[in-house]
Write a protein of this length. Structure first.
Length: 124
């Protein structure tokens, strides 16, 4: 019988935890954890999931779609609004849009956060 485990946290390496937490906070509306600081910051989801951001000195951003610096983690977010509007807002917040888009544009988009981590927005 497998263990009954519940995902409780996801942590991303980055050069500036507070800046990356601010990007995801503005993008998702999640609350900044009160003990966040320059070395480790986090956001708390209503369902108890914690998204953490930890400082790594000498951080190298993942490459997309290449693997010279592997992405190691890929996060997807459902969006209720039009993908064009969601993408435009995320770009305003500091996201990037790689040229390589493996999905049909009407269904999903690959963006990168300010630290270079790729993530998808998917029409829910």
């Amino acid at each position: 019988m497998p263990l009954q485990m519940k995902l409780s946290a996801i942590t991303l390496d980055c050069p500036d935890p507070l800046a990356l937490a601010a990007f995801y906070q503005q993008a998702t509306g999640l609350e900044l954890h009160p003990k966040s600081d320059a070395e480790f910051a986090g956001l708390t989801c209503e369902n108890g999931l914690f998204i953490g951001f930890q400082r790594v000195h000498g951080y190298r951003a993942p490459s997309w779609p290449g693997q010279t610096a592997p992405q190691q983690l890929h996060v997807c977010f459902d969006v209720d609004e039009d993908l064009d509007k969601a993408e435009a807002r995320l770009l305003e917040l500091g996201a990037g849009r790689p040229d390589h888009q493996p999905h049909e544009a009407a269904r999903a988009r690959v963006l990168t956060d300010p630290a270079g981590h790729p993530f998808c927005i998917v029409r829910s």
